[in-house]
Design a protein around this ligand. Structure first.
Ligand code: GLY
Ligand code: MN
Length: 464
């Protein structure tokens, strides 16, 4: 946990922002995989971690702003439980660390909320994503699970987003500690990949590295020679000479701050000419995007100018044609880059996505585009010092999408479909870094990881 004052101050600001009413937090429970005692690894809810810091299942917490009370609900493990789990610190121990004076048994929460409902007091809660917690709302507030998220508190969401969007020095340190292991994972993957082995052999080695450092992956790794499948969950291909691999993998720090890095490299250690050309277009666009990051800059503008940069590069290779800016305004580039430039990152890899992406990445005046491609941009709003975000452009050749657009004659004035046939089996590439916005500009977080053609070839031609 951070120092006690961190949590006291975060809750203090939250109370000030919401002014009155009751603020309800449900922590996460252990979730069964195939029978009750065989559970998925525990992951605490990120807002619960942010405001209370306690990384244990089965907790809830409540702030009564008007009566100035903060209560943690949970139980101490029984002696019988500790026979199986070993001795555990008491709830009082955690209360002290979180700066709390009051704790109560879980069933007291229902009673507290019943009193509040009788007095028609405002009860603020956040959007829920775990079935176990959705079900609890039936007993706690009389709301059926499928209706819970219709009653969330928008002022609570906005207050949480306002605080969690600005990372403190200690939060940035956590992200950078996650990046240390992530960097090792990426270096290991480049060195160990070679023709004839399965993708999952490398994934296993990267997970093992995170595990042996006592930390977890921050999301399921994307590691595939089928990089054109954006969130490819499979690792079953045998890597072959001539393949390029996308490695999109990150780990969590001990306090659960994420990292999210993507590198693309040739399995055999040497890019083909075609791969090198596309890689260079992408790398230049990614470097330029990072350069453009500064407070006061709209991230949507950075997204659009990066897409134009990619379109210009693809035009120079004969894959696109016509006026580059017109092509991007029309959305033609999205055949090659159908996703957004990046997202906020913090306690979640897509930070606060559970609260609603539009609260995190958009404002009342900067609204989400409906155009395919730009519609998937997760972060569009004006950047502020303290934001940590990803910069992750990609170039993909997605056969299904190419065939559909070609059959529809879509954007024929901007796309050379005949030329694309030469790239049909290219796959996809993505390059991603994690960037802190600060007063004077930006800083790429973590130790630099091989990124130029020469650096990537030098590492991936080694055989660890
Ligand atoms: N790392 C996967 C993503 O950003 O969606
Ligand atoms: Mn990402």
């Amino acid at each position: 946990m951070f120092e006690t004052n961190t949590y006291i101050e975060r809750r203090h600001r939250l109370k000030k922002d919401l002014q009155s009413g009751i603020i309800l937090f449900l922590g996460n429970d252990l979730s069964p995989m195939n029978y009750p005692d065989n559970t998925y690894p525990f992951r605490q809810d990120s807002s619960f971690l942010y405001f209370w810091g306690i990384d244990l299942p089965g907790l809830a917490a409540l702030i009564d702003i008007d009566e100035n009370r903060e209560i943690l609900f949970g139980c101490d493990p029984t002696l019988l439980e500790t026979v199986w789990t070993g001795p555990q610190p008491s709830l009082d121990h955690y209360c002290l660390k979180s700066g709390l004076k009051e704790s109560a048994a879980p069933d007291q929460l229902e009673i507290e909320l019943k009193h509040a409902l009788e007095k028609s007091r405002k009860i603020h809660f956040l959007p829920q994503y775990r079935p176990e917690n959705l079900i609890k709302f039936q007993t706690l507030l009389g709301i059926a699970p499928s209706f819970v998220n219709n009653f969330v508190s928008k002022s609570f969401i906005r207050a949480v987003v306002a605080q969690r969007s600005i990372k403190s020095r200690q939060e940035v340190e956590q992200i950078e500690s996650a990046l240390e292991i992530t960097s090792e994972m990426h270096i290991l993957a480049m060195k160990r990949s070679r023709p004839g082995i399965l993708e999952r052999e490398i994934v296993g080695a990267m997970v093992g590295l995170a595990d042996s450092s006592g930390i977890a992956p921050s999301y399921p790794f994307i590691f595939s020679v089928d990089g054109q499948i954006l969130h490819n969950p499979h690792h079953k291909n045998i890597m072959q000479t001539g393949n390029i691999v996308i490695n999109d993998s990150g780990a969590e720090s001990h306090l659960h701050y994420a990292s999210d890095i993507t590198r693309t490299f040739p399995v055999s250690g040497k890019f083909t000419q075609k791969q090198k050309e596309i890689y260079t277009v992408l790398l230049n666009a990614q470097l330029k995007a990072i350069e453009a990051i500064a407070p006061g800059v709209e991230y949507r503008d950075v997204h659009i100018s990066t897409c134009s940069q990619i379109a210009a590069g693809l035009k120079s290779l004969g894959l696109m044609k016509g006026d580059v800016n017109e092509a991007v305004a029309a959305g033609a580039h999205a055949l090659f880059m159908p996703h957004g430039l990046g997202h906020m990152m913090g306690l979640d890899v897509h930070d606060m996505e559970d609260l609603g992406e539009d609260y995190v990445g958009y404002t009342d005046t900067i609204r989400r585009s409906r155009q395919f491609g730009t519609a998937h941009l997760r972060l569009a709003r004006t950047l502020e010092p303290g934001f940590v975000l990803t910069v992750e452009p990609g170039i993909y050749f997605i056969p299904g999408l190419i065939d559909q657009w070609k059959a529809q004659g879509k954007f024929e004035n901007f796309i050379d479909y005949d030329k694309i046939e030469d790239y049909r089996d290219f796959g996809g590439i993505r390059i991603e870094d994690n960037v802190l916005v600060h007063d004077k500009g930006r800083r790429v977080l973590g130790v630099p990881i091989a990124k130029t053609v020469e650096e990537v070839e030098a590492l991936s031609s080694q055989n660890l």
